[in-house]
Design a protein around this ligand. Structure first.
Ligand SMILES: [Zn+2]
Length: 157
C-alpha cells in the first residue's frame, strides 16, 4: 500500500480523529434544535483482551458524552464514531431505554447500516482479538467471520 503523503509529513503516533469536529457535525446535522453536548474521549484503562466493550456513554446528570478511546484509531471510520455520538445524543433527547422509538430514531443516522456492518466485521479487532491471530498459517480460511472463543458483548453504547 502506498504511504500517504500526510503520514510522512506528520507522523501520527496515536493517530487521532478530531472528535470535536465529528461531534459538531452530528450536532449540526441531527440535533441543531438542542444545545451541543460536551463530547470527550474516555480514559484508556487497559489494553488486555476484553469480553465486552462499551463504545460510548451518556451521563444524564452532567450531559457529557464519552467515546471509548479505542475508537481513536485510523482503523475506525469517522462515520462509525459519529454513529456512537448520534446514539448518545439520542439518549439525551429520548431518555435511557432502547425502545422501539429509540431504534426508529437511530435509523435516521445516514450511515446507520454501514455502522452496523462495520461493527459486525470489526468486533474482534475492537476486543483485542485480531482476526489473523485465529488463523492457522497455510490453512485455507474457511470462514470469513471470526467467532470469538467466548461469548462477547458489545454494549452498543
Ligand atoms: Zn444506548
Amino acid at each position: 500500500m502506498p504511504v500517504r503523503k500526510a503520514d510522512t509529513l506528520f507522523p501520527i503516533v496515536e493517530a487521532s480523529h478530531n472528535l470535536k469536529s465529528l461531534a459538531d457535525e452530528v450536532h449540526r446535522t441531527y440535533f441543531y434544535k438542542y444545545p451541543p453536548l460536551p463530547v470527550q474521549w474516555g480514559q484508556q484503562i487497559s489494553r488486555k483482551k476484553r469480553r465486552s466493550i462499551r463504545l460510548g456513554s451518556y451521563n444524564h446528570r452532567t450531559t457529557e458524552v464519552r467515546i471509548h478511546p479505542m475508537l481513536n484509531s485510523p482503523n475506525v471510520p469517522a462515520f462509525f464514531i459519529q454513529s456512537v455520538i448520534h446514539h448518545e445524543y439520542l439518549h439525551h433527547v429520548l431518555g435511557a431505554p432502547h425502545n422501539r422509538r429509540f431504534h426508529q430514531h437511530e435509523r435516521t443516522f445516514r450511515y446507520f447500516r454501514e455502522s452496523q456492518e462495520w461493527i459486525r466485521g470489526n468486533l474482534a479487532f475492537l476486543l483485542g482479538r485480531r482476526k489473523n491471530e485465529l488463523r492457522v498459517p497455510g490453512a485455507t480460511p474457511v470462514a470469513t467471520e471470526v467467532k470469538p472463543p467466548q461469548p462477547v458483548q458489545v454494549s452498543l453504547f
